[in-house]
Ligand binder design. Structure first.
Ligand code: LLP
Length: 393
């Protein structure tokens, strides 16, 4: 990936840092827009995946909408120049102030996640003399076949409205004058690589769509959420996810009349363009004979391995010509779970070597913490890095 091709330019930089390949981001966005526009689909970027201003600016240039999950995200999107008409706002717990903010700006849709939330939104909108655009987030009970911490659409999950409550909700809606149900929303989970899962989601959506249509709702849109996964095991062979097959799966399986179909993609857009670049601080051998390499980064920069047992591909950028050895790759935090890989074979690691942890563009920097009073790793962008080096020539 990028870090190995521009390694000599990285040598002088202080580690750790997130390195973003802006060329790859651009090519990924081109693919997303090309394949979604074939079917007239609307794509919202899931801002939670990465909110670096420069990345967000690229997303804006490609004309995507935004999927937000907090009032601050809605505000940031609006202040970054995204039209409110392209903003969807989900979240199991929206505060009154957050709802007011979204209402004031007439966002495209509040993706409401409980009957109570719809009622509260109706009351706030009435007070403000507004009508809220609502997509009902229905929990469709589909297993995403992903890690349980990133599964959101199964029956007992905290997300969405239970399909068992739909009749009560639609009866209540008859009394509400200040919400307009313009769509249905679904999101079953993240890092989904099996297209059969999305096909199953489509079949559930079709049934629910028919139910709402029969109940007299004239829906304008169906939002099927995000979730398309990336190839963490072997990112070089698949730097850009297969958007043609992904959108094609929905086109083939979804039957929702004239509704416009919306998507909320995060990981698949930014996941592969980021790498966490660090250096080896120390190496040692355990009593059991295992080699340990300690990097100058930790779970405070990248929590995915500790939280979801995620396995990111790792490269020793200084390893050319060295014999391979098996390592535990550890971080500096005072936590036993702060292990990036517990068994990985790499060219021998020595103090000072540059090490790249790949596929960290999504849910990497945004989940950083200051635990142990660590600094937050800065971002370095491939295009400005190139400009800086050209200036130096
Ligand atoms: N829409 C909703 C309502 C969501 O909750 C999410 C992600 C997305 C869209 C975007 O999903 P994506 O296309 O990125 O899969 N921190 C975890 C992932 C959490 C995902 C949260 N929701 C990780 O590092 O794997």
């Amino acid at each position: 990936m990028l870090s190995s091709t521009i390694k000599e330019r990285l040598d002088g930089l202080r580690t750790p840092f997130y390195l973003y390949d802006m060329g790859l981001l651009e090519r990924t966005l081109e693919q997303v827009t090309r394949h979604s526009s074939r079917y007239g689909y609307a794509v919202h970027y899931a801002l939670k995946a990465n909110f670096e201003p420069r990345i967000f600016e690229y997303v804006r240039r490609f004309g995507l909408g935004v999927d937000c999950v907090s009032g601050n995200e809605v505000r940031y999107a609006i202040e970054s120049g995204f039209p409110p008409s392209g903003i969807v706002y989900a979240g199991v717990g929206k505060s009154d102030a957050e709802m007011e903010y979204g209402l004031r700006h007439d966002i495209f849709a509040f993706n409401c996640e409980s009957r109570q939330e719809v009622g509260v939104l109706n009351g706030i909108a009435a007070r403000m003399g507004k009508v809220a655009n609502v997509a009902l987030r229905i929990n469709p009970d589909v297993d995403p076949e992903s890690h349980r911490y990133i599964s959101t659409g199964q029956a007992d999950s905290k997300f969405g409205i239970s399909y068992r409550e739909i009749s009560e909700l639609t009866a209540e809606l008859g009394e509400m004058r200040n919400v307009r149900v313009s769509g249905l929303h679904f999101h079953i989970g993240s890092q989904i690589r099996n297209m059969a899962v999305f096909a199953k989601l489509c079949r559930r959506v079709n049934t629910l769509y028919e139910w709402f249509a029969a109940a007299g709702f004239s829906l304008g849109h169906i939002n099927v959420g995000g979730g398309l996964g990336v190839n963490y095991e072997d990112p070089e062979t698949e730097p850009i996810p297969d958007f043609a097959t992904y959108f094609g799966t929905f086109h083939k399986n979804l039957r929702v009349g004239d509704c416009r179909v919306h998507f909320e993609l995060g990981r698949s857009i930014v996941g592969q363009c980021g790498e966490l670049v660090s250096r080896v601080l120390f190496t040692k051998t355990t009593a059991g004979g295992r080699n340990v390499a300690i990097l100058d980064t930790s779970m405070t920069d990248l929590v995915r391995p500790a939280l979801y047992q995620a396995r990111h591909s790792i490269e020793n950028l200084d390893g050319a010509g060295r014999a391979a050895r098996e390592y535990i790759i550890a971080g500096t935090a005072c936590e036993t779970s702060d292990i990036f890989r517990d068994e990985v074979t790499l060219p021998e690691l020595r103090r000072g070597d540059l090490v790249a942890i790949k596929s960290t563009g999504a849910y990497g920097s945004v989940m950083a913490s200051r635990y142990n009073m660590h600094d937050i790793a800065p971002a370095v962008f491939s295009d400005t890095l190139v400009r800086a080096s050209l200036r130096g020539l």
